[in-house]
Design a protein around this ligand. Structure first.
Ligand SMILES: *[C@@H]1O[C@H](CO)[C@@H](O)[C@H](O)[C@H]1NC(C)=O
Ligand SMILES: *[C@@H]1O[C@H](CO)[C@@H](O)[C@H](O)[C@H]1NC(C)=O
Length: 265
């Protein structure tokens, strides 16, 4: 009897050791996970505003909220922090990196008909110096005031958009700039773009007198339709508004830059 028990023990022991060796590569994790005590998340009033405003910004960027007129008052501080802190630039860098990777993956046609479309405001040029004086979107948009700013021609480049711009040009894309700015601002826009480091675009399309009163989605779609009729292939499109990207003759891939400051239908 005793000998039998010892025999069974030895058999089980050997099996256990064998399994242990067999599976040793899956074992470095702890078998019991201990959570630190008191791990209930604590929410305070500030966190709640933070969460609400993150949720609002998510809805903005996902285009679930359209149309909206101003930043909600309780999110004024949040949006300002996002814009002047590292978050905004981090988001822009990510969009630009993804766009660069996509641009590099494309086999361009030998006919030089592959196009990358760029919007201008809050895509190539940044109007943050203007919005800093106007509550970062808290104030209702004032087109007269904004036009005065545009006429200064002082808008700086968005750094990572400039990188993308240079990359797509060097890859051999045609670059078309399609902006909601009026034809009245053509000269100052050209001057501003050049001073900010943008050169060698193939077309700069501004709103003509026939385009006034059209939504940006309609105006930009019509201009993209013309590009396609001329035989161009719109491969990439970069813009901070969904109205830069949606509609007809859409690009193969659209790259939406963040903008929680204003909304253009
Ligand atoms: C824009 O510049 C061109 C010359 O580069 C000039 O002929 C034209 O009058 C200017 N337009 C306006 C509206 O200032
Ligand atoms: C763009 O889309 C068209 C139509 O779906 C397709 O034929 C073409 O291969 C696409 N081009 C790229 C670069 O993805």
């Amino acid at each position: 009897m005793t000998i039998l028990r010892i025999f069974i023990f030895l058999v089980l022991f050997t099996v256990a050791i064998g399994n242990e060796n067999l599976n040793s590569h899956v074992f470095p994790r702890p078998l019991i996970i201990e959570y630190p005590e008191n791990n209930e998340p604590q929410y305070y009033k500030d966190d709640e505003v933070q969460l609400k405003c993150t949720s609002w910004r998510f809805a903005v960027e996902a285009n679930n909220l359209s149309p909206w007129k101003t930043v909600p008052e309780e999110c004024a501080h949040y949006v300002r922090q996002y814009i002047v802190g590292p978050g905004y630039n981090m988001d822009i860098d990510r969009v630009s990196d993804e766009a660069v990777a996509f641009a590099n993956s494309v086999n361009l046609g030998a006919d030089a008909k592959d196009v990358w479309v760029f919007d201008v405001d809050e895509t190539l040029l940044s109007n943050l110096p203007y919005y800093a004086d106007h509550g970062y979107g808290l104030e209702i948009f004032d087109s007269m005031e904004f036009d005065k700013w545009v006429e200064t021609g002082m808008a700086p480049a968005l750094g990572s958009s400039l990188k993308l711009y240079q990359e797509v040009l060097s890859l051999g894309f045609k670059v078309f700039l399609l902006t909601g700015r009026s034809e009245r601002h053509r000269n100052v826009t050209v001057e501003n773009l050049m001073n900010a480091g943008f050169h060698d675009w193939d077309k700069l399309i501004l709103r003509g007198s026939d385009d006034h009163g059209k939504t940006a989605t309609t105006y930009k779609s019509e201009r993209r339709n013309e590009m396609v009729e001329e035989g161009f292939r719109i491969v990439g499109n970069s813009g901070d508004q969904w109205s830069d990207l949606l509609g007809s003759s859409m690009s193969n891939r659209s790259f939406k830059l963040p903008n929680p400051i204003y909304y253009i239908p």
